[in-house]
Design a protein around this ligand. Structure first.
Ligand code: URA
Length: 223
């Protein structure tokens, strides 16, 4: 999936024949949105996300959902977007799928808020839990990239088709991507099924367990 830099679309249009305001902001030495976000410290990033209105989602959600966990977590788990429970409580994966995720983490000796950081590709709930749209992903991606850059996890576990396909910029199925190490923003990334999918398809929990073991081996091999 191509992640179009939508913020560029918001630059004032220049009418034909009218003098343009010059080259790219970067070439003019101005700070770009991505550039500004990529230099924020943790608290400033949190506050920027909390106040973000850069895509259409914020108008329809209760609050932004930044993420949960320690700034020094070795594992980072990334899902799709907040659902109704997360939108209400301001924390990712707090519904039924979240309970399963917590159990999966416990099975490999991890706990949310301690050695695992949990976040989503999108920080705002899409209305009616519809699929995120490309402009929303493009607007929100710099926040996730900065979270990863600050945390510097040893491993990212991408949860579910949307997160996997977005982070890896591919249309390939989870099945074809499992069992090997990929990379996102320079961090090793392992894919697995979304806990909500596993609730609907319990037999695939065995595959998710294999993915977790593979992820643990990957972390162990990194020293
Ligand atoms: N599904 C997700 O992908 N993320 C959440 O936070 C909750 C449900």
């Amino acid at each position: 999936m191509g992640l179009s830099p939508v913020w560029r679309l918001r630059r004032p249009a220049v009418a034909p024949g009218q003098a343009s305001d010059g080259p790219d902001p970067q070439e003019r030495g101005e700070a770009t949105r991505d550039g500004v976000i990529s230099s924020l410290g943790w608290d400033a990033l949190k506050s920027r996300v909390a106040n973000c209105t850069d895509c259409k989602l914020r108008a329809g959600c209760t609050q932004t959902v930044f993420g949960v966990g320690g700034e020094r977590a070795q594992w980072m788990l990334i899902g799709e977007a907040p659902g109704a429970d997360e939108d209400r409580l301001g924390e990712p994966f707090v519904g039924q799928a979240g309970k399963l995720l917590d159990n999966m983490l416990a099975a490999i000796g991890l706990r949310r808020g301690e050695n695992a950081y949990i976040a989503n590709v999108l920080k705002c709930r899409p209305p009616g839990n519809r699929n995120p749209e490309p402009d929303e992903v493009a607007a929100c991606s710099p926040y996730l990239r900065r979270q990863i850059a600050v945390i510097q996890p040893k491993l990212i576990l991408a949860l579910g088709r949307f997160a996997v396909q977005t982070l890896l910029e591919t249309d390939a199925s989870i099945g074809s991507l499992r069992g090997r190490t990929h990379s996102y923003a320079g961090v090793p990334l392992v894919v697995t099924y979304h806990p909500a999918y596993l609730l609907r398809n319990p037999p695939d929990k065995a595959k998710a367990w294999a993915d977790l073991r593979f992820a643990m081996q990957t972390v162990a091999s990194l020293g």
